[in-house]
Design a protein around this ligand. Structure first.
Ligand code: F0G
Length: 427
């Protein structure tokens, strides 16, 4: 381990704590930021350094997280548990850009991470820290993707993992991953918010390491989405980054990473961040509109189950990044999410429903004149299409109650004859 050059600082009261210890909150209850030693970094990093590492065969350099290790966590490469992660593609589709109404529109596909979601970026750091701290058991509450990622990385590192999930509300792709990777998987008869409360208590009671994004090291890993996205754009800064929001760790991380690049003088402005929630799980969007603190929802409901969250832990952190660039927070209905998903899927890119809140949000913000047609916009697609195959089939069958399958591609059936098959093929 290199000399520790970071501390944990409370987002609420500013109190400082040692960098590496088992701690998720300040004594006052506030969440914590990893604060790096600015003097150790300023003038010592360059985009050239990160570009040179793209050609390296070293595991740490090949990871789209640890390639930026000075900005993530200053650990020695030998300590790192990596698959590697990141290195996700940036996609463009003319038909989708036309539907959204933005000419320069790209999609960073975080569903291309090893377990199919952006969570792997935070998890490689969380598990590395767990190992460094000597922890052999880890846990999280999850709407599915965090648990899939944690279960996989824990298995790689030889740790036992416990997963708390909302009963009946986790897409099958994700649930099957948690079981397959060997996590002890507990369905909680309640929503994600109940699972999140309980996992904190259970970790304290049993001395298990908590790997939700309340863990500040997870956030450090997720920052790399911003770094890699800028690298994909040859280090130019887009006008907007559009991100789906649930527990708000991801938008918090992307905002933190960008503000750190600005502070180190590596970029000269930060993009505007748009966080998009589902309207049935919209406490952050409501609070932003009202200019008030977040009031947790008693219950959250959306078919985008990944973001079915009423009491987001990281809203204060997320707000900092939104405010820094003059961005916004908005919400979209399930109908808008599923229409956007049909369009994104049909473009050949495809993603799970929560990701498509970003697509629907970009379209809504464009229609409302918040995003301009000529703005350079990057959306974050957070999870793979195959995470939730059931909703795809149900949408195209017109079997989702309360949802109009506006862009359905219905499954056809044919008798086993050429005549019938040709008729089924249509034109
Ligand atoms: N998109 C997907 C696919 C997600 O799985 C999540 C969160 C989000 C967006 C929202 O990100 O919470 O950082 O604002 N999934 C968590 C989980 C809650 O348990 O997998 P966020």
């Amino acid at each position: 381990m290199s000399t520790l050059s970071f501390t944990l600082v409370c987002v609420d009261c500013g109190a400082s704590h040692p960098g590496l210890e088992v701690r998720y909150r300040c004594a006052c209850g506030g969440t914590l930021d990893v604060v790096h030693d600015r003097a150790a970094l300023v003038g010592r990093l360059s985009f050239d350094l990160f570009d040179r590492r793209l050609a390296s065969k070293e595991p740490a350099d090949r990871s789209g997280v640890w390639r930026f290790r000075e900005l993530i966590l200053p650990l020695t490469p030998e300590a790192i548990v990596t698959k590697p992660e990141g290195n996700t593609n940036l996609y463009r589709s003319e038909s989708l850009a036309a539907w959204v109404g933005i000419d320069d529109l790209a999609w960073k596909h975080e569903g291309e991470n090893p377990t199919g979601s952006f969570k792997d970026r935070g998890m490689t750091v969380g598990i590395t820290v767990a190992k460094t701290l000597g922890m052999d058991r880890v846990a999280c509450a999850s709407t599915g993707n965090t648990s899939a990622s944690m279960a996989s990385y824990a298995a790689n590192a030889g740790m036992k993992s416990y997963v708390f999930i909302p009963e009946g509300k986790v897409a099958f792709g994700k649930l099957s991953q948690a079981l397959a990777y060997g996590a002890t998987t507990i369905q909680i008869a309640g929503g994600f918010d109940a699972a999140m409360r309980l996992v904190q208590e259970a970790c304290a009671a049993r001395g298990v390491y908590l790997l939700n994004s309340i863990n500040p090291f997870r956030i450090e890993g997720q920052k790399s989405i911003a770094f890699e996205l800028l690298q994909d754009l040859s280090w130019s800064v887009p006008d907007w980054i559009v991100i789906p929001g649930g527990n708000l760790g991801n938008s918090a991380a992307i905002g933190k990473g960008l503000m750190e690049l600005l502070d180190l003088g590596l970029i000269s402005r930060v993009p505007k961040i748009a966080v998009v929630q589902a309207s049935g799980a919209n406490p952050f969007a409501s609070a932003f509109k009202a200019g008030t603190p977040v009031v947790p929802l008693a219950s959250a409901e959306t078919r985008a189950t990944a973001i079915r969250i009423g009491d987001p832990i990281s809203w204060r952190k997320s707000l900092r990044g939104v405010t820094a660039g003059g961005g916004t927070v908005d919400e979209v209905t399930d109908q808008e999410i599923l229409d956007a998903k049909a369009k994104l899927d049909a473009s050949g890119i495809g993603a799970e429903p929560a990701s498509c809140a970003a697509v629907a949000g970009a379209r809504k913000l464009r229609a409302g004149g918040v995003i301009g047609r000529g703005d350079r916009v990057v959306g974050i697609l957070t999870g793979h299409l195959l995470k939730d195959p059931e909703i795809v089939v149900d949408y195209h069958r017109g079997a989702l109650s309360g949802i109009t399958s506006s862009f359905a591609n219905p499954l056809r059936r044919s008798e086993p004859t050429l005549k019938a098959v040709l008729a089924a093929m249509g034109d």
